[in-house]
Design a protein around this ligand. Structure first.
Ligand code: P6P
Length: 356
């Protein structure tokens, strides 16, 4: 198979003309690849490696930290700061940016979630590392260390998926491409060039234990999926929820579907469960590059102007036809036009604010 001969580092070099600074970008990516390989090895040793289980600490998100959360975070920080290319690192695990005091003028800012879905690690379910790369822009008009741009300005984004096989999925703005780790050659081999998300699907992905907190457009969409061929959609749906965004989004990139973690009324002051800069933005970049769609329900995720490093956001992404339908449901609700949709679920509909 032709793509068998192309490994990730050759792929990056072959496409280097599309990067503004090829040498530094390829070197940065090699650091991320090395970190992912190291994390993959730690994970594959599981209990034998003594790296499972919780620490007595919590991260900035108030979440209990796994041993592997901290180990993965340390591995990424070391890999990304050693080559003096990164001026500013923002990790899910750290409240403040990690800066490179040795080289404050590095050309890149990197946002990352070192081990997404880590609550699954002790039960041997797929987890992953997510990264998002911007050109470094110092924030001249405030004492913030870095300017936060919308996700559309990313120069690259991707993830390592530590699953039955270890995969690396990447976009530099020229399509989304998948690589599978070859344990013999110790290289990531191009196995899924130009990934394209099927436009339609029969599979949805949402944590249904939150149903009582959902806003009306989400409840309307999921009810119609559950009504199947006897309802509005005239077809049956299936549901999948892994609890690892990387695994759920990867499944959708491979075979279609819609992933939803909308803002809901469970914690009204929270703008959503997932974080914009190191979960929603990189996944939305990959999804749009694979001809899928990614929205908050009202705005394209990649157009959101960030307010802070750990900002939470409503996430709806996947097969374009399905995402467009959910967006339509939000619009019809905001315009009061979904009146024909009567449901006992909405007796408190007045509680649903336009910002939800
Ligand atoms: P819940 C993992 O902690 C994560 O950030 C995503 O990977 C995942 O989609 C979501 O949270 C799971 O959240 O509420 O279902 O546990």
């Amino acid at each position: 198979m032709e793509t068998e001969k192309i490994d990730l580092s050759n792929f990056l070099l072959k496409n280097s003309t599309s990067y503004e600074d090829p040498k530094s970008f390829v070197e940065l990516m090699m650091g991320i690849i090395d970190a992912s390989n190291l994390i993959s090895t730690l994970i594959s040793n599981g209990e034998i490696g003594g790296v499972l289980g919780n620490l007595p600490t919590t991260n900035i998100q108030g979440e209990t930290q796994k041993k592997l959360d901290v180990l993965s975070n340390d591995i990424f920080i070391e890999a990304l700061l050693k080559n003096n290319l990164v001026s500013c690192l923002i990790s899910e695990e750290n409240e403040n940016p990690i800066t490179n005091e040795y080289n404050p003028s590095g050309p890149y800012t990197v946002f990352f979630d070192p081990l997404d879905g880590s609550s699954n690690i002790d039960v041997n379910v797929s987890v992953g590392s997510i990264f998002s790369i911007f050109k470094y822009k110092k924030n001249s008009d405030s004492n913030d260390i870095v300017t936060l741009d919308p996700g559309r300005e990313q120069i690259a984004a991707g993830y390592a998926l530590y699953g039955p096989s270890t995969m690396f999925v990447l976009s530099t703005g020229k399509g989304t491409h998948g690589f599978t780790f070859n344990s013999d050659s110790k290289k990531f081999i191009l196995t899924h060039p130009n990934i394209t998300v099927p436009i339609e699907t029969h599979e949805f992905s949402i944590n249904t234990s939150n149903e009582r907190f959902w806003n009306p457009p989400i409840s309307r969409y999921i009810k119609e999926c559950n009504d199947g061929e006897i309802g509005e959609r005239d077809k049956n749906f299936n549901m999948r929820w892994t609890g690892s965004m990387v695994a759920d989004v990867h499944r959708i990139l491979m075979r279609g579907g819609i992933f939803m973690y909308p803002k809901d009324s469970k914690v009204p002051e929270k703008a959503g469960r997932l974080r914009l800069m190191y979960e929603a933005n990189p996944m939305a970049f990959l999804m749009e590059q694979a001809r899928g769609a990614a929205s908050t329900g009202r705005e394209k995720l990649l157009d959101i102007i960030p307010e802070c490093f750990h900002q939470r956001i409503s996430v709806i992404m996947g097969s374009k036809e399905e995402v467009d339908r959910v967006i339509r449901y939000y619009a019809e609700h905001d315009d009061g036009k979904d009146f024909e949709y009567k449901s006992p679920l909405f007796k408190e509909r007045s509680l649903f604010q336009k910002s939800d």
